[in-house]
Design a protein around this ligand. Structure first.
Ligand SMILES: *Cc1c(COP(=O)(O)O)cnc(C)c1O
Ligand SMILES: [Zn+2]
Length: 431
């Protein structure tokens, strides 16, 4: 536990000791970055020490995580992460790209990226002996918390908007969490959760509030780094080697969908950790993708480019991609910086384009929920806008499974014909 040495506020840069605060900065409500003892880690470990481990889950990176190993083994909580990265050669060709990969987070135990965060928060909850963990969720964060909590016998309470997709609500209930459906938006559920945690003394997992969620999400950056070390050689290796990279070598561009902005912030934090340790030469470019109808951070990104303003104005969110439908992003500032500090950008996509991206990904054997497909729609948009060079290697993250929201999936396809069970009827379809 001594590798975790405190927090820094993302707004005022004030440092806090680990036991001084629990959630956000007491001065300004800023999100807190977890600070590790990088010197100690660097002295004790080489990248190879982690990468030679047999465990393919997030726990292979334990020396870089602010928690101790969870007790027990081989539960869903112990097996989060290690998701596949597919090479999309044919799609790359179609889009005029040299190299394209897709990291499929739907392969996590509860079928979304959120398992990474919930595994770390539940482990933290056990360490601080929290009796109940609570979260607000559009569905996936709740399912992940409920699943991870069930895996280790932790009590969980979930607040979700009553409009959440049925499959997600079913998941919460099956995992045995106490589920409260709020007659309001995700933002209403969020505010109620914070109040409930204070009132009842529960440990709150809320995204963009609890500093440990980003620490879980950063593990995807570690996996991408590890994969790229093998694929691209020196570009993703230690800084001492990076001197030899030709200046015109393209950096990896990572496309990820953004709602509250905690996944993109977590990815950025993961790459920053590796960079600070001297284990990563050049940062990848991080590109946030938002739905046109829920684009608070993308709006600020464009303000920032023009005027340097980092102020995030809430929107009235409306999009088919429920997982990224957010009025006021709770991790907006760090999400903005994930793109601005890495030479990335923000792209917005219409619901129509999100729906066609579901079908595009389906054609290559990946079933994505709308928020997951949004990242791929963003790649197409970036390419069309001429933002992306053809020789830039690209990795797209699918953040969640299409099984989470089949109503949206059915909008992406033609209905199947219904026929009488005769050859004649069949021959009318295959003449
Ligand atoms: C939560 C979620 C996102 C967005 O993550 P944020 O941290 O809210 O930006 C994207 N896709 C899926 C499937 C999600 O569940
Ligand atoms: Zn502060």
């Amino acid at each position: 536990m001594d590798k975790f040495i405190g927090y820094t506020c993302s707004i005022c840069q004030h440092d806090y000791a680990p036991d001084e605060v629990t959630y956000t900065c007491p001065k300004d409500g800023g999100n807190l970055d977890v600070i590790l003892d990088y010197d100690a880690i660097r002295k004790k470990y080489q990248p190879e020490d982690l990468l030679s481990r047999a465990n393919p889950s997030i726990w292979r990176y334990l020396p870089l995580l602010p928690v101790s190993a969870p007790s027990g083994d081989a539960t869903p909580l112990h097996l989060v992460g290690g998701t596949p990265i597919y090479s999309l050669t044919h799609t790359a060709e179609k889009l005029g790209l040299k190299q394209l990969w897709l990291k499929d987070e739907s392969r996590n135990p509860t079928a979304s990226f959120k398992d990474r965060a919930s595994a770390i928060v539940v482990t933290r909850a056990r360490e601080i002996k929290a009796e109940v963990v609570v979260t607000a969720s559009t569905g996936n964060a709740g399912a992940a918390l409920a699943g991870m909590a069930a895996a280790v016998g932790q009590k969980a309470v979930i607040f979700a908007p009553r409009s959440a997709p049925q499959a997600k609500i079913a998941q919460l209930l099956v995992f045995g969490a106490r589920v409260i459906l709020v007659d309001g938006s995700y933002d209403d559920a969020f505010d109620l959760t914070v109040k409930a945690a204070q009132e009842f003394g529960w440990y709150c997992r809320n995204t963009g509030y609890n500093p440990f969620t980003a620490e879980g999400k950063k593990t995807a950056a570690f996996e991408i780094w590890e994969f790229m070390r093998n694929q691209m050689g020196t570009g993703m290796r230690a800084s001492s080697n990076s001197i030899t990279i030709p200046v015109n070598e393209q950096r990896l561009a990572i496309f990820v969908s953004v709602g509250d902005g905690n996944i993109i912030s977590g990815l950025h934090k993961g790459f920053k950790d590796l960079h600070t340790l001297g284990w990563l030469g050049r940062m990848p470019r991080i590109i946030g993708v938002q739905a046109e109808g829920s684009a608070a951070i993308a709006n600020t990104f464009h303000d920032f480019i023009k005027s340097g303003s980092e102020i995030i104005h809430p929107v009235q969110a409306k999009t088919i991609a429920d997982s990224i439908s957010v009025d006021l992003p709770r991790d907006g500032l760090r999400a903005l910086r994930a793109a601005s500090e890495t030479g990335g950008t923000y792209i917005t996509v219409s619901d129509q384009k999100i729906i066609s991206a579901i079908s595009d990904l389906g054609q290559i054997g990946v079933f994505a929920e709308p928020a997951g497909a949004a990242a791929f729609a963003g790649l197409i948009e970036a390419k069309n806008q001429g933002w992306l060079e053809a020789d830039s290697p690209v990795l797209v993250i699918n953040t969640g499974s299409g099984l989470k929201d089949i109503r949206a999936a059915l909008q992406a396809v033609q209905p199947a014909p219904i026929i009488e069970p005769t050859l004649d009827a069949l021959k009318r379809i295959f003449p």
